[in-house]
Design a protein around this ligand. Sequence first.
Ligand SMILES: Cc1ncc(COP(=O)(O)O)c(C=O)c1O
Length: 462
Amino acid sequence: MNNPMNTAAHPERTREEWQHLDRQHHLHPFTDFKELAGKGSRIISRAEGAYVWDVDGHQILDGMAGLWCVNVGYGRKEIADAVYTQMQQLPYYNNFFQTAHPPAIELARQLTELAPRFKQVFFTGSGSEANDTVLRMIWRYWQLQDQPQRRVVISRKNAYHGSTLGGASLGGFGVVHEQMGTLIPDIVHINQPYWYGEGQDMSPEEFGLLRARELRDTIEEIGADKVAAFIGEPIQGAGGVIIPPATYWPEIQKICDEYGILLVTDEVICGFGRTGEWFGADYFGVKPDLMPVAKGITSGYIPLGGVMVSERVSDVLMGDAGEFYHGFTYSGHPVACAAALANLAILRQEHLVTRIRDDIGPYLQQQLRTLQAHPLVGEVRGLGLFGAIELVADKASHRRFDSKQGVGMRCREHCFQNGLIMRAVSDTMIIAPPFILSHAQVDELVSKAWKCLDLTARSIAG
Ligand SMILES: Cc1ncc(COP(=O)(O)O)c(C=O)c1O
């Protein structure tokens, strides 16, 4: 039903009209503008549970939970009610200048309860801002430790840490760096633990150790007294769902401990349950000093991010250090915090995280692996509610397609046409569905994926 207060609704507009207005006035993130102008956007106008609908009424299973975020599914009235109530009581107040409000305080308390290794939370508006905050905290921490020369943050190639200057510099996408021209200095990228793509001449375990030990080599090269921190996503998401071999994270932890450098796990995607544990660090058994979070903290209903700060860092920042000159107007926005509290309540009450560990995660992984039999598929990998399907030109040799063929994009298009959202990272199709996915919806996802792989194979052959 159209709500007259909803000025965006305009039920009288057709798809073509929306597409026209979109083309005229709206610049999209991460989009080839010219290519989009040629075909027009797909206009999504409503959603419920694990499905979205476009303005023409096509129902699409959302295999990506929006952008890895709508973990509790669409249409949760509990979150809408919490937001509405908070909007009426205190729609905004800041946390600067020695003020605070109950939603931010309570959310910080609950987060530190969920991840007891962390003492405090600094709120931001997004994952990118969280990673910028991480950089600021790392540098401030070492200044206060009388080691201001410790500046270098070691990250990884093909990492994604956001789109602000800090986030994009920390990230490891060459194409992004090329467009930026100038990066934030003192950030160094080492290789990623991508066994299928880069390590198949050895066992995954050996490869995991090899890639982790690049951290030690790099620290030695730079000089241990200059290195401040290491940052990594527990599972690289936007880089193509790269799941590190079991040996990788324990070795990284060992090296960070050995050199006393700060360990940061970017939990923007892994955080709040997707691995079947509350945080990726819990899954891999590591003990980060800082943990940027976002996305799943509110299931994407309202933008919110933050940095969880361990005692090690917090004690130094909170010591006799003077002011930390950093913050955002929307740090700990009360409405966003209210949405997060309602979201956390749903995750707990419906046991959605243990459901991923014990039920829907294993079922998805088992069913997803049936796609391995498809002639186009080189590898299916996944963990919890993460999945990746690598498309190859030759299964036996793992030979890839020529990138000009745009095989991943073709597959993505077939998926959309056939009622399924999968994302393409080059020729790897990735999924990160909502946690409320039913067994029947897993079956639907996998059978639609098979059909779309067939259509993709046919379109390449034709
Ligand atoms: C691991 C990781 N860090 C940071 C970000 C950036 O978050 P945001 O888009 O909220 O700025 C993302 C976004 O996908 C991410 O995947």
